[in-house]
Design a binder for this molecule. Structure first.
Ligand SMILES: Cc1cc2nc3c(=O)[nH]c(=O)nc-3n(C[C@H](O)[C@H](O)[C@H](O)COP(=O)(O)OP(=O)(O)OC[C@H]3O[C@@H](n4cnc5c(N)ncnc54)[C@H](O)[C@@H]3O)c2cc1C
Length: 424
């Protein structure tokens, strides 16, 4: 791995770039790549000692780069921001992302779910090749430089090794990320800096997150860490809209997490905010008609314990544990009630898990603050991209795709701005 860290002095002596990019995540790196290719002198500043830490973390889950579903479906994954993000995806979509990865020597494949991953299922080779290519294109990196605002001269101010460094540029791209997993660099502290310039930053909220719910101590001890496979989750949100997702989840000490829950996390969270409570229902027997099971369960079981009887009827220890959480001893004798409960198991969620644990964040700079080129209307010459803007999407590669698409849009915007300034 090449050393991506450079000392503060290189930044201090290099205060004259065409474009300064703040944030060396996928958004910042993509903006740097696009602008370097257009011939601009680019510097990327980041508070952390090395670039792309969250991208590397995403690689631990196989690095789901994008999704292969039809464009029309893809566009709908961004909820209320879908219309705006469709404009970004018109510039750079899932096919472009796969072609871009291939250009870095990273071949991709479509998994059975339609998600797209690098063949290696790792982020490190992709990041390594990417940084090498950026450096070869002349992009300068100044790591361990935390952006702390502007000076009176409107230069960007960074803190590095206990000193302040002022950096001038003709244009700026902010790519500072959201507020989840702050130890990887994106901690959302930039919020106050932009608000001090009158920019609306909507409150950060966890997205693609787990939820708290109260299990009994006995259940926690026995079943925390157990997966729930092939479950059909459903619920009705505070607006009356019905949601459904089939897939996997994981039972935890504090409640529940996992891909199917993440997929529903935005409407679950919003319903919790609106109503203070939400019940997610799990069909634990999604492929089975219950009638046959009712007949089996209703048969006399003599001296056999209820648990043994349930197991002989095909129920797992986890399903029996779940039943014991919500049914009294008397109700457990009622075969119809047992099956109804397994088909419609109530999970009373009390709150989302903290933002620090979430895969991504909702909230950030209000999209109304941006023009179509992703320049902040109140700060001409300053563009913002990626997860620091207020949009969210489920896991599935939709996050990285939109982050990179936004960077492409902003890079084109910077180019147009600098060209028009030159022409005057
Ligand atoms: C565990 C996990 C798994 C994930 N898996 C996937 C996945 O498989 N597929 C997918 O599409 N998405 C995934 N994501 C989400 C994806 O990684 C993010 O959406 C993406 O990294 C956001 O890119 P970004 O460039 O906007 O911000 P970031 O990647 O967060 O980069 C922001 C950069 O800005 C820097 N920075 C912040 N503040 C300052 C400051 N004041 N001064 C200087 N620098 C600063 C940070 O150090 C950081 O390097 C995952 C996220 C997590 C946490």
């Amino acid at each position: 791995m090449p050393d991506h860290s450079q000392n503060a002095h290189s930044a201090k002596s290099q205060t004259d770039f065409d474009v300064v990019i703040v944030g060396a995540g996928p958004g910042g790196l993509m903006a740097a790549e696009e602008l370097a290719a257009k011939g601009y002198r680019i510097a990327v500043f980041d508070a952390m000692p090395s670039a792309g830490r969250k991208l590397l973390q995403a690689g631990r889950g196989g690095l789901n780069l994008t999704h292969s579903e039809p464009k029309a479906d893809f566009m709908q994954r961004y909820g209320e921001a879908s219309q705006q993000i469709a404009l970004w995806l018109a510039q750079f979509d899932a096919d472009d992302l796969r072609a871009w990865a291939a250009g870095l020597g990273v071949e991709t494949f479509v998994g059975s779910s339609g998600r797209v991953y690098p063949v290696s299922m790792q982020a490190a080779p992709l990041l390594r090749h990417w940084l090498q290519r950026l450096k070869a294109a002349g992009v300068r990196f100044a790591m361990r430089h935390r952006w702390v605002g502007w000076n009176d001269d409107n230069a960007l101010l960074f803190e590095s090794a206990g000193e302040q460094v002022a950096v001038h540029a003709r244009a700026v791209v902010l790519a500072l990320g959201g507020a989840s997993w702050p130890r990887l660099g994106s901690n959302g502290q930039w919020q106050a800096l932009l608000e001090s310039r009158g920019i609306q930053v909507n409150t950060f909220q966890p997205s693609n997150c787990g939820f708290n719910l109260q299990w009994s101590p006995v259940f926690q001890e026995r079943f925390a860490g157990e997966p729930l496979k092939n479950v059909l989750f459903s619920f009705t949100d505070h607006r009356g809209q019905r949601w459904q997702k089939q897939g996997e989840a994981m039972l935890t000490q504090y409640g529940i997490e996992g891909s199917a829950v993440y997929a529903l996390s935005a409407p679950l969270r919003d319903t919790l905010v609106a109503n203070g409570t939400v019940t997610l229902y799990a069909d634990l027997l999604p492929y089975k008609e219950g009638d046959e099971l009712v007949k089996r369960l209703a048969k006399p079981h003599g001296k056999q314990s209820l648990s043994s009887h349930f197991k002989r009827c095909g129920l797992s220890a986890l399903q029996i544990g779940l039943l014991r959480e919500v049914l009294t001893a008397e109700n457990l004798q009622d075969a119809q009630r047992v099956v109804n409960t397994l088909k419609h198991y109530p999970l009373h969620l009390s709150s989302p898990r903290p933002i620090e644990e979430a895969i991504s964040t909702a909230g950030g700079i209000a999209l109304t603050e941006m023009d179509d080129a992703l320049m902040l209307r109140k700060l001409p010459g300053v563009f913002a991209v990626g997860e620091m803007l207020d949009w969210e999407a489920p896991t599935g590669g939709y996050l990285l795709t939109a982050v990179m698409a936004s960077a492409k849009v902003a890079a084109d915007g910077v180019d147009a701005l600098l060209k028009s300034a030159q022409a005057q």
